[in-house]
Design a protein around this ligand. Structure first.
Ligand SMILES: Nc1nc2c(ncn2[C@@H]2O[C@H](COP(=O)(O)OP(=O)(O)O)[C@@H](O)[C@H]2O)c(=O)[nH]1
Ligand SMILES: [Mg+2]
Length: 490
């Protein structure tokens, strides 16, 4: 009897081996990590050609089978992985048809989450997707949390934490260049580099701990020098990675750039010219712009969040004062400032105040209205030590030059076609810096001949901080924070 059982399982095994991974029905390779099944609408809410409701978890196929009736009478549970079935979604309580759909099945472990995934492609629009979502929930699925699909992909070991974060960057990318950088991270560029760093540190830790097991055995000077050399090398690699952050993160988050100046110098005109559309109201009356207006432009792949502000001057008007307060706020917090002056008028007190305000800022000065006779003494502008350029927004003169200045001033070390791994995420940068400091301390301890125990504490600290980046070392609260930035359905 037992041998019979044995032979049937080996038949399955044989069958399993003979099929390509994606051609196996799901029950051949159950690999369940988490016991509940989640569901969400994966496409944006609104009208569209199609909408997708996505299920992931051990019961996806069972739930799918309950609500979906295929046209060709095949069962969903017998469907080949990565195949699609045409059929209807049927209301389980009254048997009514909800929508005609295409259902795809992706079996564990060959899916986004590594779990069984069912995706229901229905007609776009609010009603159909919502009804299918509700039906799936009624039949045993739970509404997914933001980013929960990607979180499962991470927890099930399909991707590292940096790769999961890259998925979010990919969704949010606004230029081709930002997309390219996110793709590199998704490919695992950064995780690979960090895994290498981790492995070297683990080796050193193992060597040291082996020495500690034999307290009489002093660590020989030769070994100690070798370890120091290795640690210095690793620290250099970490610092190089961390050093890419300042510029690389601009491609991820965008460069926030504020146009500031007293009223009527041409700030709103400049915003419109950069955007090539009439975004802000332009009039000859000072004080027209009351609020901060923000929009996105692309300068050589750099997303620039450009902000037009209310003119900064002394004003008794309550609404204008609030606008000015917001302008000052933006001036304080922006990555880059375009300080604008009207070249057709003599400098006024508000202009001198502005020169003061930007003195310690990352800023460029533009002297606008160069089509009019110049009334500003350029010497005073030069004295500020800031880069300046003359332009005429209304005739388009100087616009391209301004764009190059924005790019080149903020990306001094950026080279086109550059190679190497980039760090774009502040979380990664902070952990890298902590790791680097721990390594500095470790080397110092080793040089000072202090006990190896103290040395290993620092080494572990360095190691942990690298592990936190890729997710090799994780904490729930960090995961919660990372995935809460995602949308539901990803
Ligand atoms: N002559 C001249 N006028 C300009 C130029 N740029 C803007 N203006 C005019 O200056 C006035 C104020 O422009 P606006 O963009 O509303 O200035 P803001 O108050 O700084 O936002 C409008 O009448 C514009 O047409 C320019 O380059 N040359
Ligand atoms: Mg304005």
């Amino acid at each position: 009897m037992y041998s019979g059982l044995h032979s049937s399982s080996s038949i399955i095994e044989k069958l399993q081996k003979s099929l390509p991974e994606t051609a196996k029905p799901c029950h051949f390779q159950k690999m369940v990590f988490i016991d509940d099944t989640i569901v969400a609408i994966a496409t944006p809410v609104g009208q569209g050609g199609i909408g997708i409701v996505r299920l992931s978890g051990p019961d996806s196929i069972r739930i799918g089978q309950k609500i979906f009736v295929p046209k060709n009478r095949n069962k969903l549970s017998g469907a080949r992985s990565h195949s699609m079935l045409l059929g209807n979604i049927i209301n389980t309580s009254d048997g009514g048809m909800i929508d005609e759909v295409l259902v795809s099945v992706m079996c564990s472990p060959n899916s986004y989450t590594k779990e069984d995934v069912v995706e229901i492609n229905c007609h776009g629009g609010m009603i159909s997707v919502k009804r299918i979502l509700e039906l799936a929930i009624k039949n045993g699925a739970r509404l997914a949390e933001p980013g929960e699909f990607t979180r499962r992909a991470f927890l099930n070991g399909r991707i590292s934490l940096t790769q999961a974060e890259a998925v979010l960057d990919l969704i949010k990318a606004t230029t081709e260049e930002s997309l390219k950088i996110a793709m590199l991270q998704l490919k695992g560029d950064l995780s690979e580099k960090l895994d290498h760093i981790r492995n070297v540190l683990i080796d050193i830790l193992a060597t040291t701990e082996a020495h500690m097991d034999f307290p009489d055995d002093e660590i020989e000077p030769g070994t100690s020098e070798k370890i120091k050399g290795q640690l210095n090398g690793i620290q250099r690699e970490i610092d190089l990675l961390s050093g890419t952050f300042r510029e690389a993160r601009l491609f991820r988050d965008g460069l926030s750039t504020a146009i500031v100046g007293r009223p009527n110098v041409g700030k709103s005109s400049l915003l419109n010219a950069l955007l090539k559309k009439d975004r802000a109201i332009v009039t000859e009356f000072p004080g027209t712009t009351r609020d901060v207006i923000e929009d996105l432009i692309n300068i050589n792949g750099l997303p620039v969040r450009i902000m037009d502000t209310a003119g900064i001057r002394n004003s008794d008007d309550g609404i204008e004062q609030e606008g000015i307060r917001r302008s000052l706020d933006v001036l304080e917090n922006a990555d880059f400032i375009i300080a604008m002056f009207d070249g057709g008028e003599a400098l006024q007190k508000d202009d001198f105040d502005l020169l003061d305000m930007i003195s310690a800022k990352n800023a460029v000065i533009t002297v606008n209205k160069s089509d009019l006779p110049l009334k500003i003494p350029l010497d005073i502008i030069k004295e500020s030590g800031k880069q300046y350029l003359q332009m005429s927004v209304s005739s388009g003169g100087g616009l391209e030059e301004l764009k190059s200045v924005i790019f080149n001033t903020n990306l001094k070390n950026w080279k086109e076609g550059r190679e190497g791994t980039l760090v774009t995420n502040i979380r990664h940068k902070m952990s890298l810096d902590r790791s680097s400091s721990a390594l500095s301390r470790a080397v110092k301890i080793l040089s000072g001949g202090e006990p190896l125990e103290i040395f290993t504490i620092e080494l572990r600290d360095a190691l942990d901080n690298i592990g936190k980046i890729t997710g090799a070392v994780t904490r729930e609260d960090i995961l919660d924070k990372i995935f809460s930035d995602f949308c539901i359905g990803k």
